[in-house]
Structure formats: structure tokens, C-alpha cells
Design a protein around this ligand. Structure first.
Ligand SMILES: Cc1ncc(COP(=O)(O)O)c(C=O)c1O
Length: 381
């Protein structure tokens, strides 16, 4: 196994300076109001896990559980579908309009769902490593599937090329030169997670938030929203990536946005990205306090721990990418240097963002040893 955990304190973070204005208050509040108005909207739960906190030797673990978001299994329901809604307002609805997206599963589900609601077509690009289970979930939402050889970053490029040739609307969660409006809308949708979390938190504010990153969109959205709502009380902002795809940590280390070659496909499928979104990077470069990369080996134990419900905690079904933050805590706990460098201790109150449930039930069952239904019904080990 490579290093279990790598950590870099962001040398450029400056709490006193305002964050770059690329994800403004206007679009965030517009997106939040729009999503709160969708049929079936309900805030996702913020679950207190005192048993897990005791096991980790910290003051509190608060888990924002995105598994139930609009029945799509992950927080991604907030972003792609909102961007589609904006494009529909601009370009119209119906079968004559096509939305295209590259995905490792969750973002595509959001785009396909949004397109379906506008009676539009969706063409979803999947790289070779995306599981059959995640493909089936997309087809069930009416998406047409294009399989691309290579990795996530290759699928993003192929989708953009085909869409330009066919006159389709690309709904990407990552930005590139001349393409920022839609990924900005996607991130604005994600900002609702932090808005809800702040409304749900009691008077004891978290000291840390651990948020996982693929291209960095959700991390950047939460960074902006938390800073804007909590100001100097905003928790220490820790970005967590898989060691196999640590493009933001590497960017921070080199002092500029850096694409990394993926050494392999991480089990945290939603985080398997080697190229940070320029929009997200701009925010995280200035606003993240720490970057952490964690080895895949910590993922199954983290999933099992949440499923078991430590010390009487409510059992939680969390998918592979959903447990990145807890995986980082487990890895850091075995390494006092990292634990201390992250400022973790008995008084720490850690907010974890459980970004997905069992988005591939077969993989979940293999890793946890129980089906998601069994975990939900069983109430612990
Ligand atoms: C479950 C899950 N968590 C986190 C992420 C990371 O989001 P982002 O690519 O915006 O960093 C993804 C992305 O697909 C995901 O599916």
C-alpha cells in the first residue's frame, strides 16, 4: 500500500481575504430557491453520530446524508438537473433538444432526470471503469449511453467534441476555457447542501468539515456557502481526495492547477478525476485550509462502520465516494502527525458530507457484506 494518507496545509489560504467571486450570492440563492421549490424537495438529514465520535476520540461527528436526494442516491441531483432547468428556460423543452454529459454515474443521473422532466433527450458518456450497475441506473432514467475508452477526463473531452458536432447542450460539472456558465449553475445547485446544514446545526458549530472532491465542484460550492453564512466561524475546510486521483492536492502543492495522470481507478468512483475544474480550483486555492489524499483501503471499513452504527448510532448506508471523509479520519487516526496537523482532538466537531448512498447496490453489498436494504432494516450489526 502507498502512503495511507497524504496531507498538505494550504499555503495560500487567507481567512481574512474574500473568496474569488466566481460563484456569486445571486446565482447561489437563485439555485437554492429553485431547488427548494421542486416537487418532493426535503432537506437531507444531518445525523449526529456520538458513538462514532467516541470511537474516533473526537467531540462530535455530524453526517449530512445525501443518499435520499430526490430519489437519485446522491447530492448530484442538485447540480446537473438545476443546470438543465436553466438551459430549458433558455432553449426550450421537448424531444428536439438534447443534453449531453460525461459522468462516472451520479452527475449523469441528475442530467438524465432533469432532461426527462423537460421531455428532452439525454446522451450520457461513460468511461470504461463505470460499473454496469451505474449504467443500468442511467438507462432506467431514459438516458442513451455512449461508452468511451479511457478514464473520466477522456469521457469529458469526447462528450464535448460530439456535442459540438451534433449541436447538443453539454451539461458538464467541470469548466474549461469559454465554458463556465453551466458548471457555475451546477455548483450553485450544490451550495444548497451547506445552506441546509447551517440551518440544521445547533449552537455548537463544527470545527472541521471534510468534503470529498472529484473535479472539486461540490467542495468549492460548500466552501463559498459556508464562508458566506458563517464568516470567521466557518469550520476548518478540509478537501479529501483518493490517493489515486489527488489532482487538487497536487495543484496546491505545485501552486497552480495541475492535471495528474490517474495511477488506476479508485473504488471511490465519483472522485476518479485527474483534472480539477478551473472554477473550483480558483475557489479552493484561496479557500481550502487543507488538502488530504487517502488510500482506497480505508473505504470498505468506513462503509462497514457506518452500516453497523457504532455504539448505538443510527445505521447509515453510504456509498464508496460518500465515505471519503470518514476514510480520511480513520487513516489520520493511525498517524498522530497528520491527526495533529489537521488540528483534530477531543474537542473537534467534524461535519462529514455523505455525498452518496448505495448508488451501485451490488458493489455496496460486496464491500459491506450486507445489502443496503438489510442495513436500513436491521438497525446495527
Ligand atoms: C458521490 C460523489 N461524491 C463526490 C463527488 C465529487 O464531486 P465533484 O466532482 O464536484 O468534486 C462526486 C462526483 O461525481 C460523487 O459522485
Amino acid at each position: 500500500m502507498a502512503e495511507p494518507i497524504d496531507h498538505l496545509a494550504n499555503p495560500r489560504t487567507d481567512r481574512k481575504a474574500p473568496l474569488p467571486g466566481v460563484l456569486g450570492a445571486g446565482i447561489r440563492s437563485e439555485a437554492q430557491a429553485a431547488v427548494r421549490g421542486w416537487p418532493g424537495y426535503a432537506p437531507t438529514p444531518l445525523v449526529d453520530l456520538p458513538g462514532l465520535a467516541r470511537r474516533l476520540g473526537i467531540g462530535a461527528v455530524l453526517y449530512k446524508d445525501e443518499a435520499g436526494r430526490f430519489g437519485l442516491g446522491s447530492f448530484k441531483a442538485l447540480g446537473g438537473a438545476y443546470a438543465v432547468q436553466r438551459l430549458v428556460q433558455q432553449f426550450g423543452r421537448g424531444t428536439g433538444i438534447t443534453f449531453a454529459a460525461a459522468t462516472d454515474g451520479n452527475h449523469g443521473r441528475s442530467v438524465a432526470w432533469g432532461a426527462g422532466q423537460a421531455d428532452a433527450r439525454s446522451v450520457i458518456y461513460l468511461h470504461a471503469g463505470v460499473s454496469q450497475g451505474r449504467e443500468a441506473a442511467l438507462r432506467a432514467l431514459g438516458a442513451e449511453i455512449v461508452r468511451v475508452s479511457g478514464n473520466y477526463d477522456d469521457s469529458v473531452r469526447q462528450c464535448a467534441r460530439d456535442a459540438a458536432a451534433q449541436g447538443w447542450h453539454v451539461v458538464s460539472d467541470t469548466a474549461w476555457d469559454g465554458y463556465r456558465d453551466t458548471p457555475t449553475a451546477v455548483m450553485a445547485g450544490y451550495s444548497l447542501i451547506a445552506a441546509e446544514a447551517v440551518e440544521q446545526l445547533g449552537p455548537d458549530r463544527p470545527t472541521h468539515v471534510l468534503i470529498q472532491a472529484g473535479v472539486g465542484g461540490v467542495a468549492a460550492a460548500l466552501c463559498v456557502e459556508l464562508r458566506s453564512r458563517l464568516g470567521s466561524d466557518a469550520p476548518r475546510f478540509v478537501v479529501v481526495e483518493p490517493s489515486l486521483a489527488a489532482c487538487l492536492l497536487e495543484s496546491a502543492r505545485r501552486g497552480g492547477r495541475t492535471e495528474v495522470a490517474l495511477a488506476g481507478e479508485t473504488v471511490m468512483a465519483g472522485l476518479s478525476c485527474g483534472d480539477p475544474s478551473p472554477l473550483a480550483w480558483e475557489i479552493l486555492d484561496a479557500g481550502a485550509d487543507d488538502f488530504v489524499a487517502v488510500d482506497d483501503a480505508f473505504v470498505p471499513p468506513a462503509m462497514r462502520m457506518l452500516a453497523a452504527g457504532e455504539g448505538g448510532d443510527q445505521p447509515i448506508v453510504a456509498g464508496e465516494s460518500g465515505v471519503a471523509g470518514l476514510s480520511a479520519l480513520l487513516a489520520a487516526r493511525d498517524r498522530p502527525v497528520t491527526w495533529n496537523a489537521l488540528g483534530l482532538g477531543r474537542d473537534s466537531r467534524v461535519l462529514l458530507i455523505g455525498t452518496e448512498g448505495a448508488t451501485d447496490p451490488e458493489i455496496y453489498t460486496t464491500m459491506v457484506g450486507r445489502t443496503p436494504e438489510d442495513v436500513m432494516a436491521g438497525g446495527g450489526r
